[in-house]
Design a protein around this ligand. Structure first.
Ligand code: URA
Length: 214
């Protein structure tokens, strides 16, 4: 599942379908309609891995043949999108887990101080397991701050998972330093950031490519 790297909390989902779809997404000629569809499909495939350890409880039901105690998810699941690109990944996870609740965290970065500021936060009152989504883990600042927001709102640290599409080593380092026990799932750990904080080779601006704002 995980290729070799220096980050113990990082799982790179190296499934061939994920890698093939990611290549199509990276291609600069892929148009938003296909980019969105591929992002949704990859989010579902990563979602399968990130939900692997969800706790189950047992409920009595009756099949057409016999009564039985059957496994059901033991706690609520909340998908939290970091705006705006996170919305594209939430689409796939919502399809995979239709009973999930959803939250949103909007952050902007002060160009002078480089500090993230919150402009929108809405979370369900009871969140259970939180799957935090943001396709590009670039500097790591927004994802680390989003986890701080969740913790401040009373979410248990051990309930949080971060799902990204492409991650930079710099971002992963920053995120792991801030939240060393929060697991991260990604489709690729790329080479580096460029001087504009774009991931190299990456796929460009994920938000622009999802929403066609190029
Ligand atoms: N955000 C993006 O959308 N792309 C990058 O490469 C870095 C941050």
């Amino acid at each position: 599942m995980s290729s070799t790297h220096d980050f113990p909390t990082l799982t790179v989902v190296s499934h061939p379908l994920v890698q093939h779809k990611l290549t199509l997404m990276r291609d600069k000629n892929t148009q938003p309609i296909h980019f969105r569809q591929l992002l949704k499909e990859i989010a579902m495939l990563i979602g399968y891995e990130v939900t692997r350890d969800l706790p189950l409880s047992s409920e009595p039901i009756e099949t057409p043949v016999a009564p039985m105690n059957a496994p059901v998810l033991a706690e609520p699941i909340t998908i939290v999108s970091i705006l705006r690109a996170g919305l594209g990944m939430a689409d796939g996870l919502r399809e995979l887990i239709p009973s999930a609740r959803e939250g949103h965290i909007g952050l902007w970065r002060d160009p002078e101080t480089k500090q993230p500021h919150e402009y929108f936060i809405k979370l369900p009152s009871e969140v259970g397991r939180v799957i935090l989504v943001d396709p590009m883990l670039a500097t790591g600042g927004s994802a680390a701050h989003a986890v701080d927001v969740l913790l401040k709102r009373g979410v248990a640290r051990e309930e949080i998972r971060l799902v990204t599409l492409v991650s930079a080593p710099e971002g992963m380092k920053t995120f792991a330093a801030a939240h060393p026990s929060v697991p991260v799932y990604t489709a690729a750990l790329d080479e580096k950031l460029d001087d504009k904080a774009y991931i190299v080779p990456g796929l460009g601006d994920a938000g622009d490519r999802i929403f066609g704002t190029l």
